[in-house]
Design a protein around this ligand. Sequence first.
Ligand code: SAH
Length: 269
Amino acid sequence: MPVPAPRNDFPGKLRLDSPLCGARGRRPGADRRKSVPNRHLMLYIVWIRATETAMPAKPPPEKMMFQLSLRRRGISDQAVLRAMEEVPREVFVEAIDRADAYRDSALAIACGQTISQPFVVAYMTEQLQLQKHHRVLEIGTGSGYQAAILSRLVEHVLTIERFRTLADKARQRLEKLGYFNVEVLLGDGFSVPSGAGQFDRIIVTAAMEQMPQGLMDRLEPNGILIAPVGPPHGVQTLVRVIRTPSGFEQKELVDVRFVPAIPGIAREL
Ligand code: SAH
């Protein structure tokens, strides 16, 4: 909630014993006791103290650098930048990596998986050209960070993860942050339940050897899908597919490295 700006005509750091205090507007010869104590002044001071404590803390320098580096590397969509600023990445990394949460690198999470590099998260999000009313499907919940970013930009996010441990942990984090428009599902991204319907946007955050036709068919008209396509343990290409009235339009974007997508729900963990 925006905090009301202090009034310009009343200096916030006014000291009660300062020469200004009580001197302003006093008529020569006026009875001093009539103006002291100045009840309005006391109220203002209490109000200023209260707004000072309510003021949001200045973001730490590493978070400011994080924003700067996203802009420098070409992220220009203001809504995406705001979402990246709002979502606390430190909540999604392992406790041991908290100090590195705002470094632009992927980090290890449970079950041998990774939370993606922030630049790649911002880039993929920007390429999705999201609108507020969209329904988005993510394959590969991992930590839940990408889903959290999406949730700040669209109406509903369904994210699917094959590891129960990761799905449960991500769900808890998202609930704790109050991101209630994300649904986390334990499942296999290669066979999304038909009851889940069609999606305006689909984002795959695990490497697929081929463009997943089954997912392309789940796109609404004019829908967009983004997926890393290529060898499971090598360099993949981020591919964007747009569903047009006559079929699908594909464009190769940039090289990336993602952990592989594996069919089926994980039997352990
Ligand atoms: N988007 C995540 C990072 C993804 S890492 C984040 O923001 O943290 C890739 C994730 O995809 C892993 O958690 C992996 O378990 C999951 N995954 C791999 N194959 C899958 C499949 N077939 N269905 C669902 N999830 C899958």
